[in-house]
Write a protein that binds this ligand. Sequence first.
Ligand code: AHR
Length: 496
Amino acid sequence: AQSPVNISLNPGEAKHVINKHIYGHFAEHLGRSIYDGFYVGEKSSIPNTNGIRTDVVDALKKLKVANLRWPGGCFADTYHWKDGIGPKDKRPTIVNTWWGGVTENNSFGTHDFLNMCELLGTEPYLAGNMATGTPQELIDWVQYVNFSGESPMSKLRRENGREKPWNVKFWGVGNEAWGCGGNMTPEYYANEFRKYSTFMTGWSNDNNVFRIASGANSADYNWTEVIMKNVPGNLIEGMALHHYSVIDWGKKGPSTAFTEDQYFTTMQRALQMEELVTRHSAIMDKYDPKKKVALVVDEWGGWYEVEPGTNPGFLYQQNTIRDAMIAGVTLNIFHNHADRVRMANLAQAVNVLQSVVLTKDAQMILTPTYHVMEMYNVHQDATLIPLKIENVNEYTLGDRKLPAVSASSSRDKNGVVHISLVNIDAGKGRDIVLDLKGLKASAVTGRILASKKVQDYNSFEKPDLIKPAAFKDAKIKNGKLELKLPAASVVVLALK
Ligand code: AHR
């Protein structure tokens, strides 16, 4: 038998807050994300508020979505926001060249999105068009949504029915500028970013605009280096990073009927996030030692082949226990890097890639990823308690090895300590002994998400196959917490 995984908390070093904006989501004009997912139109028989699905709003409210990124992705650099305001029957169409070549009627635009964010109780994150737009177009958008005084854009906003500005704080300046956002070099993009960001301030009361530079593709460290070196700190608040857990871009594998080998590789890609945030952060430390600029992982998640029979350009995939594992380990990594990783966006919220909800006509289901994000949201704005894992135990497949257990811990505003634990091993449970290091706790409660197989998922026929259950197997003995983490499980404990 393997000896237990030893974890020790370090309550004396608890200083960084886990920013709630790590719990951000992403809604692109892509496939059935906006049209059919969030938005069914005012005349739909599916219950809605101003065209926004009530079931989706209710589910996302429970999740405590901290911020929502829109309208892309690659779509953002083709989007002209003025096409999406004013009377819906007068709006021009747009062909979505990145995603399926479909023609959209722009019936979901700026007002629809920002009002939806108010319904959801979430902060909007607008991704501005740099590649096919102009600085003027972006500044006009900032002015339109944020300016309370008299100006051409605030006048237009009022004419379109909105008196008060929305005060949007988070702004992306282009997306994947190294690829679909214009195939730019980092040197060229850095200069463009400086130009755009110069004009974005001065439009909101508290002038709190947070400008996020298009970031690196996974391990492209040179991108981060060049941007950080060339953009002065007064022009940038966030540096993005995109990383998908993809097996092979040419052969992504199915979203449900995957082999253990494919599962293992996906886990390897997900765990790579640790190295990515460590190394990108180290580069940022060189140019920004006071850590003023946040690392914003504004696209992450699992990416597989689309569900058979669906449009390949719509990126619609199912979501299994494998995705729950990705979510659990990735959020633990973000928590443990709370000093620099202060914002992130799972790709994507509804009907695209690693979604938290899937819809089919009037039906909506919650995915295993939804449940992990809901169980974990107790960490939002809590203080990180650093921890050390020793004798981590390996998950082995042939001669390949990965650490089986991942963990993070925090103390919330009421003094409750939460510990989230993941065992990615598809076949074996793990014994855990966690030293509380003097932290006083006499009672422990918890919840677990697990299923028989890592390939299990919630379907429209069996929507509740996977859902959190009470976890009663943890005990506190002599200042130590002891438990058994079943194979492929996520557990969140609360200590009082
Ligand atoms: O999330 C899907 C796409 O992935 C986004 O549009 C793009 O930014 C990334 O390549």
